[in-house]
Design a binder for this molecule. Structure first.
Ligand code: PQ2
Ligand code: NAD
Length: 205
């Protein structure tokens, strides 16, 4: 089945449970940290990074084996223990409406994690549907070269300029032209974006 539906989830304040505390669990936890989710790791042992995050109060670590009660009220669940039986049990114990990803069983998972590149407001996710996580990672690294660190500020500029244009420009044609002209490699490379915009704006009105 290949019909996956890509969405951007807002997880702030939502309960996310990760079963397992090894290398894979650590990677998934790191990816979740920025979202502001309430993250709980369930595992008898965990990596130094997971322990450090728990010590700092950024996540909760319950030092125990997985049990059904651990996923009560969880919105999202990641089963990443090294025991396939436990991983499958997590899915079996979850309610129908809870979203479960099983690290070693993509077929039974409700979702997969994509390789993810973030430049401020720009987010690019790459998924191979379980065919090759290494390819997903390689593509992400190529995109990191193409969409370099300048994009973070550029996206902020586009965000505020778009708001300004929508508020101050009434003519639909001019509005469209202005929204388009600020999105090009030439514009990105032009240096002072505000000055460049002002110049183009004055030429167009
Ligand atoms: C993208 C990324 C996101 C993330 O995890 O954050 C991610 N895996 C990453 C890396 C990675 N994973 C593995 C290797 C070793 C090489 C290899 O085996 O190929 C490497 C490479 C490395 O570590 O360098 C092994 C592996 N992965 C899965 C299985 C089980 C199976 O396929 O049955 C096994 C075999 C385990 C075993 O040996 O038994 C399953 C899944 N891994 C997924 C995501 C989902 C599908 C995504 C897709 O296809 O696009 C899916 C289905 C479920 C899920 O976890 O959501 C992240 C790169 C992040 C980045 O750096 O950008
Ligand atoms: N999806 C992916 O991206 C990906 C990548 C590589 C490996 N894997 C798979 O992920 C799994 C974990 O790999 P790893 O390298 O993190 O393993 P690991 O050995 O580093 O860690 C396993 C963790 O599971 C915990 N654990 C074991 N039994 C448990 C239980 N009953 N309840 C709670 N926690 C328990 C251990 O305490 C340990 O913290 C493996 O099944 C592996 O095949 C997935």
């Amino acid at each position: 089945m290949n019909g996956y539906y890509p969405i951007m989830l807002k997880l702030e304040g939502k309960k996310v449970v990760v079963a397992g505390g090894g290398k894979v669990a650590e990677r998934k936890v790191k990816g979740l940290l920025e979202t502001g989710a309430a993250i709980t790791v369930i595992s008898p042992e965990s990596t130094p990074v997971i322990q450090h995050l728990a010590h700092e109060g950024k996540i909760t670590w319950k030092q125990k084996s997985f049990a059904k009660l651990d996923i009560q009220e969880a919105f999202l669940i990641i089963a990443a223990t090294n025991d396939p039986h436990t991983n499958n049990l997590v899915k079996e114990e979850a309610a129908e409406h809870q979203l479960v990803s099983i690290a070693d069983n993509p077929e039974e998972s409700d979702f997969h994690l994509p390789s993810h590149l973030k430049r401020g407001r720009l987010s690019i996710a790459v998924s191979t549907g379980g065919a090759s996580p290494i390819l997903a990672k390689q593509i992400r690294k190529q995109l990191e070269q193409q969409f370099d660190s300048r994009y973070e500020n550029y996206l902020e500029f586009l965000f505020s300029k778009r708001k300004w244009i929508l508020k101050n420009v009434e003519d639909a044609d001019l509005k469209r032209k202005l929204l388009t002209v600020i999105v090009s490699p030439e514009f990105l490379n032009s240096g002072d974006w505000d000055e460049m915009f002002q110049r183009l704006y004055e030429q167009m009105i």
